[in-house]
Design a protein around this ligand. Sequence first.
Ligand code: SF4
Ligand code: SF4
Length: 68
Amino acid sequence: MGSIKINKSLCKGCGLCVGACPKKILRLSETEMNAKGYFVTEIFEPEKCIGCASCAVICPDCVIEVER
Ligand code: SF4
Ligand code: SF4
């Protein structure tokens, strides 16, 4: 099991993490926009996170921090 922290203010909504998550529990929000004007990543089934860190590794802006 694992958990992630998303520093939403840094996210640019590129969606790379969404595609990288093997559990398919990340998505780009349709409602939450950050100060830069990007729709940010959100985790919608956090209890399914396995802490694999694929999302954190692929993010070009180091937005996601993983805890195991
Ligand atoms: S750590 Fe792995 S399972 Fe958890 S959200 Fe990131 S890619 Fe998905
Ligand atoms: S890869 Fe990083 S910048 Fe891109 S949507 Fe995911 S958290 Fe945001």
